[in-house]
Design a binder for this molecule. Sequence first.
Ligand SMILES: [Zn+2]
Length: 495
Amino acid sequence: MTTPRTCTQMHLPPDLRAKADMLSVKENPANSHQIATGGIILRRGDALTLAPPVGLKWLNSRVLRVKILGGTDKIKTKVRQYAAVWTEHANITFDFVESGDAEIRVNIDSSGASWSYMGTDNLCVPQTQPTMNLGWLTDASSEAEFSSVIIHQFGHVLGCIHEHQSPTGGISWNKEIVYAHYAATVGWSQEDVDRNVFQVYSSTTTQYSEFDATSIMRFPIAPSLTTNGFSVEWNTQLSEMDQAFIVRAYPRGEEHFYVASFNTMEVRAWDKPAMNANKQILFPTTYGCPPQVAVGLNWLDVSKDANIRVTAFADNISASSADVHINTWSDTTLYSAGCTLFPVPPGDLDFQVGQFSTQEDHPWQNPQLKTTRRFAFAREYASPPNVVVFLNQLDMAKGKNWRVTTTATDVTTTGFTLHIDTWADTVLYSATAAWIAYPLAWSAARTTRRTSGRGTSRSSPTVDAFLSRTARSSEPRRSLLRSTPWILTPPATCG
Ligand SMILES: [Zn+2]
């Protein structure tokens, strides 16, 4: 029997995950708050257990060195030709090198196995090992065979995962054949196959309605891997959704309003928790005087064995820089946390920012379910502005579910009402929310979460943050909070 022509999304061993996450955040800080980057690259199609929470996206406009190991001149030419299909759309450059180090190392052989590591995970593979294998290409291969597998594997290089399958009733896997295939080609145990193939591709999850059957990243399934002859063919070119997706992931010439970010994984791995973390942020320009800086949490990974305690703030703010801190205190174990910082240029007439702590309303020893405060803008707006609110400090009791939401309501030209609420039996000792108001003329590029239906809209300018102890039952040790960060882009009329 010939080796079934399928693809393996390679994953790093668990003991390298913390190091890989650190390399990923160092490569591209946006990997620690994927929602802000206009898409969640690893969540396209959601590979469930395969997808780590940290993103795998390269820094935009990155030059990736690619070294081809083995293969004939014709195959090497085809690799260059079809890798370039992506870079017609993505703001990424593949620089093919003959020697020396390379981020991407493509092995050509006749093993029958094709696989690749994904995105920045490639950085964690030792230089002595390939990061990709093309296992069945020969000089006699058809053009469709070249294009299908090469474009697909370079999609993995850019961080794309397999397009999620939603087969009615699941796939009738021929499990013995599948186990044997992955053991022989990539050395996976039965447990690896269970987790990375059967759990992922037998899923009947229907929450993803945008399944793209024409995607180059569709998971190819050879008929010999199933008991009823079910198969999924390789696609041979980028679909329209593939093109739109990768343009959004690696855009050209997109200008954002300046925001900075900090994640503790930039200075320590999440398996080395510490009380304090900080770094200096350099502003893109030296302002005439120190700016106001709004800070909001965009990432939180904390042990449930103690109270939830985290605070993110900036100090030592000068005209050219600020120090950003993310701290915890007492017996809390903070694995990682991240925040977004928005410096309002001095003299800017559009943006107004501020923040509010429940401790300005009542002491932490007397927790309440609801806290509200009416704010008056220092400058009146011509029409009611957008108001974005963001938590930057939390202190919540262990032993109860963690529930907190912050919202802005009753927005008028002169002010708004800020709410910091919890509900049921949660004990919220204190919380602090930052707020940013800006005219409706500005567009806010924000991504709402498809899975929960929560998010923001212009008519209801609120940002909710929600944290539940039971949210990730597969990892009871840790919980994860994501709120919706902001990226503000000028309106098209301003170029
Ligand atoms: Zn693949």
